[in-house]
Design a protein around this ligand. Structure first.
Ligand code: NAP
Ligand code: ZN
Length: 351
């Protein structure tokens, strides 16, 4: 199936229009016409090969919402015309212990990323949602609750589940004292979700200009991370801190802020951080952990939670041809708070 999208041809080149093929429908596949695609910092990391291993050309995008246009002969979960969504993973082995626990995101045999993944059958490199269409195994396609605005729902598929999953795993609830480091795409979802779970939420930001927004999003207060006095005064006052900073950074200012048995969960930087000082960990049984997106069942649960609590991201809608400018702004932390591409603009550009 012929389609069009935007791809990076190398780590140094901007994204540009790209014609490519989607696979023919397999028995258990669903074809989706993409309506909107969110822009995650992981898209930028992958396009620029920050993590190594990017295979070019690469079409990023793993916050996808669209309409089913065709279903394979054995696919019965979704009907033509239905509004559906696809997140960061499009396949896994489905039989290992982790898949059996609905944790496809920790599949022992390797899950397949929506882009820059390797198809389990053909070995082809997967291409993501900055495109007109996508073909996905039906088990990895989510149902979108009807009361969620289709134009805003896409970022829940990565920023939403990546923050929801650790909040749930660490039992955040009424009165939990939660910190969120970095108020970007993931961070602003963490604030909304934690507040909706009943937590007392503090945002740690480098950007004083985001204070009013943070409160509006549901935070109870903002600490500017460079304010040493305020940071010291917050010692031992958090049960849970989620760290969304996308680059190598220093955890040491945050570890003493955890209370005894508190956890700091990394979801941003993948790779080295500055050398940690273990004293606050040992003297207080504090923990540092990590978390990767979420499984399909939990993603569906998160969508239901957002539908029930009326939670949607703050979206800045862009045209497909504005993507390179959006990346530049993302690098400067100038995102309020998730770019979403209106895919109708791709079709219009092609016409
Ligand atoms: P984003 O929208 O760019 O937000 C990141 C925020 O971190 C910025 O808004 C900024 O907030 C803060 N920040 C940026 N640069 C910083 C620096 N040098 N030092 C300290 N703080 C900095 O990015 P995102 O889409 O939320 O993604 C965040 C990270 O999570 C990325 O690395 C992405 O690849 C990763 N990610 C991981 C998963 C997972 O499953 N674990 C899933 C999706 C994304 P302030 O202006 O408030 O300081
Ligand atoms: Zn993402």
């Amino acid at each position: 199936m012929k389609t069009i999208g935007y791809a990076a041809q190398s780590a140094e080149t901007p994204l540009a229009p790209f014609a490519f093929d989607r696979r023919e429908l397999r028995g258990n596949d669903v074809a989706i016409e993409i309506l909107y695609c969110g822009v995650c910092h992981s898209d930028l990391h992958t396009a620029r090969n920050d993590w190594g291993g990017t295979v070019y050309p690469i079409v990023p995008g793993h916050e996808i919402v669209g309409r089913v246009t065709a279903v394979g002969p054995e696919a019965g979960r979704h009907a033509v015309g239905e509004v559906v969504a696809v997140g960061c993973l499009v396949d896994s082995c489905k039989h290992c212990d982790q898949c059996e626990r609905d944790l496809e995101n920790y599949c022992r045999n390797g899950w397949v990323g929506t882009y820059n993944g390797k198809d389990k059958i053909t070995g082809e490199i997967t291409q993501g949602g900055y495109a007109r269409d996508i073909v996905v195994r039906e088990d990895f396609v989510l149902k979108v609750p009807q009361n969620l605005d289709v134009a805003k729902v896409a970022p829940l598929l990565c920023a939403g589940i990546t923050t929801y999953s650790p909040l749930r795993e660490w039992n955040v609830g009424e009165g939990s004292r939660v910190g969120v480091i970095g108020l970007g795409g993931l961070g602003h979802m963490a604030v909304k979700l934690a507040a909706a779970m009943g937590a007392d939420v503090t945002v740690f930001s480098r950007s004083p200009g985001k204070e009013a927004d943070a409160l509006e999003l549901g935070a109870n207060r903002v600490l500017i991370s460079s304010d040493a006095e305020a940071m010291t005064a917050a010692a031992s006052s958090f049960d849970f801190i989620i760290d969304t900073v996308p680059v190598k950074h220093d955890l040491n200012p945050y570890l003493p802020l955890l209370d005894v048995d508190g956890s700091l969960v990394l979801v941003g930087q993948i790779g080295p951080v500055d050398e940690p000082i273990t004293t606050p960990l040992v003297f207080g049984r504090r923990r540092v952990a990590g978390s990767l997106i979420g499984g399909i069942a939990e993603t569906q649960e998160m969508l239901a939670f957002c539908a029930e609590k009326n939670i949607l991201p703050e979206v800045e809608m862009i045209r497909m041809d504005e993507i390179n400018h959006a990346y530049e702004r993302m690098e400067k932390s100038d995102v309020h708070y998730r770019f979403v591409i209106d895919m109708a603009t791709l079709e219009a550009e092609a016409a």
